[in-house]
Design a protein around this ligand. Structure first.
Ligand code: WT7
Length: 679
């Protein structure tokens, strides 16, 4: 179970007679203090806190004491902080642990090497089942130091941004930690992004150094990572060097800028002096899509991020020393950052880096991996669960899953059917299933069923409860906080927490406008939520023009930008529609230029090709519908609400169409949708 009440008498086990005397027994056994210490050792000194809900309340009402205790207990500081926080959400000013200095790589490596050098830090679950590679803390520190020295010798300085374009592998993790060691920020770009998308991110980050691998291997297929980097770098004048690690034995053409990582590392020292970083120095950038504009480089900083990742990893999943933690997300997303790398390593844990896919070589892959690696906590995405569910229970039951304790879900709402299957079949009805809600912006999990009393209920398909220090609120469209328990509206967070993003790289104003101004004084998440009469939260999805495809976020405006570049296209509107496996799929309404005639199948192929070249495969439209005009208001704004309904084939209840410039246009679009017969 997640949290043990070691040395305490669980109330459940008391006889009715003993229950009568509970207050007395509690005094005798000292339950008040021992229980809290068992929940969270750092909370032992908090006055008047005796259970989970009181601890949650305390963490919000006296968040300074809470976070100060957590930061002192969980992180190793080079210099102690003098202020816990200095935040003003209205102005987008967010500072935690000011005055404090520390090094993130020391917190993730050195301090564990001192205690248990031979403990396994990483299990690299390579694409071919059975070929996993284990890396101890001592080995990971050595590699990190060599890489840190190499980067330093090649001119990377504190404050520089290093772009990492690699699949999940120890070298990628060592690169992230090497940056942290020498004070550079990393910018990991998901290795499924196209050359152009990579180039956009390198340029915005102004990176002079890129780290990549010769090739990638996923689902039995080889991808040409280095070639993609070559193509990207051609339009990135800032790039001076590309460090190339060898994932496969196949040589790749090297240019004057390229550095053979493994060869050069050999001559580097195995010790590398860590830089003492200020709490609020940048740890990494991570690009993500918004509803408008180009992808934004969210900025996360050192101490607060690491503390939040570590604490959520420990308490949401019930991670204990010696457990094997299996987060199957790619390191190119925030989930990989916080729960494949930083959270587990800060806790001295053993973490799995999953290189493959849920279907390779067959739909039993996840569970065969669980059996072979003896995974205790498994963290995955609803889209994969829905996919595997369709292949049947036998792919799961074939394998021994008795090591599993907690099953996590992230990235999108998990539907009840998938939740039940995850719980009943994968977890044999015995594991806690935690639906965890959070975002790239929040740095770590904000709403999830745990931590809570291990005996407390978990409702299927609900993220349920705020994490320590998180105060969710639900707003009406006018910005009024809805105070009644049972309600729904826009989800905001009422006070800052250490893990939250601090800014958007080179555009703090955009950060303030996007997250701080819509509801002044509150952090605006962009998601809708419902609160039940019990006070539990259910996240209902994005309220803005962001689509969530297989748990990956993409802005409709970004796809429209690409589609509109096609010579035949006059304009387009992209909307999301519900998809069985992906959660949401991409649907494109396209208006052709006057007089242009095209073969629809050709156009569809061309547009898909353009989107996958300019963004990534996952952003490709599933359906393209040609229309004469788009439904627009008289002021020229596309009425996406209507288009979303049409894509869903919900032709009734389209709402108020009176502000439309040409209400008849909608009928034609509906007819087109009916005729297409798609879905
Ligand atoms: C968006 C954030 C968090 C890491 C992976 C995605 C949606 C995420 C849930 C959940 C319902 C969820 C939200 C959020 N989302 N988790 N448990 N239930 N929706 O990170 O790319 O930053 O996307 O994913 O809409 O805003 P991201």
């Amino acid at each position: 179970m997640l949290l043990q009440t070691r040395g305490c008498a669980p109330t459940r086990l008391l006889s009715p007679f003993a229950r009568l005397f509970r207050p007395y027994l509690l005094q005798v056994w000292g339950r008040r203090s021992c229980n809290v210490a068992a929940i969270m050792p750092e909370a032992a000194g908090f006055q008047g806190v005796s259970d989970f809900s009181e601890l949650q309340e305390f963490s919000v009402s006296d968040s300074e004491s809470f976070w100060a205790a957590a930061a002192r207990h969980r992180l190793s500081w080079t210099r102690p902080f003098h202020a816990v926080q200095d935040c003003d959400l209205r102005r987008g000013k967010i500072k935690w642990f000011d005055g404090g200095k520390l090094n993130v790589s020391v917190n993730c490596l050195d301090r564990h090497v001192h205690v248990c050098p031979e403990r396994v830090a990483l299990i690299w679950e390579k694409d071919e089942p059975g070929s996993e590679v284990k890396v101890t803390y001592r080995q990971l520190l050595e590699t990190t130091c060599r890489l840190g020295n190499l980067l330093r010798r090649r001119g990377v300085r504190r404050g520089d941004v290093v772009t990492i374009y690699m699949p999940p592998c120890p070298m990628a993790v060592a690169s992230m930690l090497a940056c942290a060691r020498i004070g550079a920020a990393h910018n990991v770009v998901f290795a499924g992004f196209s050359a152009e998308a990579l180039a956009d991110r390198i340029r915005d980050a102004q990176s002079s150094t890129v780290v990549t691998a010769n090739q990638g291997v996923r689902g039995g297929k080889v991808t040409e990572l280095k070639k993609t980097v070559d193509a990207a770098v051609r339009s990135c004048p800032s790039v001076q060097q590309v460090l190339v690690a060898m994932r496969t034995d196949n040589p790749v053409a090297m240019t004057a800028k390229d550095v053979a990582v493994e060869e050069e590392m050999l001559s580097e020292d195995v010790a590398c002096e860590p830089v003492a970083m200020e709490s609020e120095d940048v740890l990494f950038l991570l690009y993500t899509s918004g509803s408008t504009g180009p992808p934004k480089g969210l900025v996360h900083t050192q101490a607060g991020y690491l503390l939040y990742a570590a604490l959520t990893h420990r308490y949401v999943f019930g991670y204990h020393d010696g457990d094997v933690f299996g987060c199957v997300a790619d390191i190119g997303w925030i989930t990989g950052h916080s729960y494949a790398v930083y959270g587990p390593l800060a806790n001295g844990g053993t973490t799995v880096l999953f290189e493959s896919t849920p279907l390779y070589p067959d739909p039993g892959r996840y569970w065969e991996t669980v059996q072979r690696l003896k995974i205790n906590q498994f963290y995955g995405a609803p889209t994969a669960i829905r996919l595997l569910l369709k292949y049947g229970d036998h792919w799961v039951r074939k394998y021994d899953r008795s090591t599993l304790k907690t099953l996590g879900s992230v990235g999108e709402p998990i539907n009840t059917e998938a939740w039940e299957w995850y719980h009943r079949v994968v977890g044999d009805g015995r594991c806690a299933v935690v639906d965890t809600w959070w975002q790239t912006e929040t740095g770590g999990i904000c709403i999830s069923p745990r931590p809570s009393d291990p005996d407390a209920e978990i409702v299927p398909g609900m993220a349920m409860r705020p994490f320590f220090g998180i105060e969710p609120v639900i707003m009406d469209p006018e910005g009024k906080v809805l105070t009644s328990k049972e309600t729904s509206g826009a989800l905001c967070i009422a006070q800052p927490w250490p893990g939250m993003a601090r800014s958007i790289h080179r555009d703090h104003q955009r950060f303030v406008e996007t997250y701080c101004q819509p509801y002044p004084g509150y952090f605006h998440t962009g998601d809708g939520a419902r609160r039940s009469k019990e006070g539990y939260y259910k996240i209902t999805g994005r309220l803005d023009d962001v689509i969530n495809v297989s748990g990956h976020r993409i802005g409709t405006a970004e796809i429209e930008d690409v589609v509109n570049q096609c010579g035949a296209v006059a304009e387009s509107a992209i909307v999301g529609y519900s998809h069985d496996i992906k959660g949401e799929g991409v649907y494109a309404f396209v208006v052709l230029k006057k007089g242009v005639e095209v073969d629809e199948a050709d156009l569809s192929r061309q547009l898909k090709d353009m989107v996958s070249k300019k963004i990534a495969k996952y952003a490709c439209p599933d359906f393209i519908q040609l229309v004469q005009v788009l439904p627009k208001t008289r002021s020229g704004k596309i009425m996406r609400r209507v288009l979303r309904k049409v894509a869903e084939q919900e032709f009734n209840g389209l709402g108020d169409l009176s502000t439309l410039d040409d209400p008849a246009a909608v009928q034609k679009i509906i007819q087109g949708r009916r005729d297409s017969g798609a879905k």
